[in-house]
Ligand binder design. Sequence first.
Ligand SMILES: [Zn+2]
Length: 179
Amino acid sequence: MNKISCDICKDLIPLVKDNVASEDSYNLVKKHIDECNKCKDLFDENIEVNQNMNDEKVISKIKSQLILIALILVILGSVIGLGLSESEGMFYNILIMPIIGILAYSALRKKSYIVLLSMFAFIYLYHLIKYMIDGIFDKSQLVSSLMAPLLWTILYSGLCAIGMLIAFLLYIAFKKENK
Ligand SMILES: [Zn+2]
């Protein structure tokens, strides 16, 4: 048995692709697609589909890992930064916040704005709650009470954004050098 029909070839192609076909089947498929363009196209098409699927899986896995890294960065950075806030160590934030920005951009590139937005929200809420607990929050002056936490929020987020900008410029410069 040296020749198989196109139908049999079609049935065997997935087995060959998954490396579960016997050697005889493998040879028959190879021989058939050497002579039959229609089945060869089908064979090649299947390879591409499989590879695309694998690529997508890998990419989505990497993406979810990166988002996890970003989240850890935000939480860690915000907690350390806010812990130092209003103490003597506060000035370390001038270093910590940009470093978070640099790390966030390195991990997420364009998506690093998510880190910035999360930090913005986190820092704002932290100060708002803190002011409420401390009794600084004044309901009769709602607008200015809501504005008060913005000072720290803008300061810290701004420092983080500067870090992202530095990383972005370094990335661009590095990219140009490579060309
Ligand atoms: Zn064929």
